[in-house]
Design a protein around this ligand. Sequence first.
Ligand code: SAH
Length: 244
Amino acid sequence: MNGWIAVAGLGPGAEALVTPEVSAALAEATDIVGYIPYVARIAAREGLVLHASDNRVELDRARLALDLAARGRRVVIVSSGDPGVFAMASALFEAVEAGGDVADIRILPGITAMLAAAARAGAPLGHDFCAINLSDNLKPFALIEHRLRHAARGDFAMAFYNPRSASRPEGFARVLEILRQECEPARLMIFARAVSTPDESLRIVTLAEAEPQMADMRTVVLVGNSATRRVGPWVYTPRSAGAV
Ligand code: SAH
């Protein structure tokens, strides 16, 4: 029997936001591989083996999936949101590049946190935008600062993933400091926490009002561009922009 690997995005949390393609792969799987809270979202069934592991062991997880597929198993590696956004798809290709068997691999997209959050708020990402992972696990903080400053100067709207963890609470305070140097105080920000889960909360503030503790690891933070504005309860960014 030929094994395969599907790297699947489970979306931001709600069952309704899991794509039919991902549900079909899960239904055919013999093995689920992933970070503990993501594997916990998969319903147990007869013949399905769940391999839950701690965070920060992405490469081990990818190697396990490659080994299982080489033995003929049908493996789904689960990520939250989209598997290509700060998640397992790149880790799997790193393992392949490092000499793993080139297996039958499919990447199944999911709804990433910034898009689910943007939809709740209105259309804050309706013009050019970028996504920045604020975790310095895999890159130096100086690079985060560099990209952040240039994105702000380029007047991109932004989405920040992994904004603030208990182990590096000072990083996000520094991010706010840089934004205050580069953007006007009335710049709109959205703190969207646990979007599409029962714990969901959405907070819309100006840059002047933003405080570091408004973000945690279940929050994605959106920053508008200089034209982003409110209309009724909504926040949106116009589709057009003038000359530089
Ligand atoms: N692959 C995921 C991102 C993984 S990084 C995706 O595409 O969404 C983990 C970060 O994603 C969290 O720290 C948080 O910033 C964001 N995130 C994931 N799910 C979220 C949700 N339901 N609501 C708000 N932010 C979320």
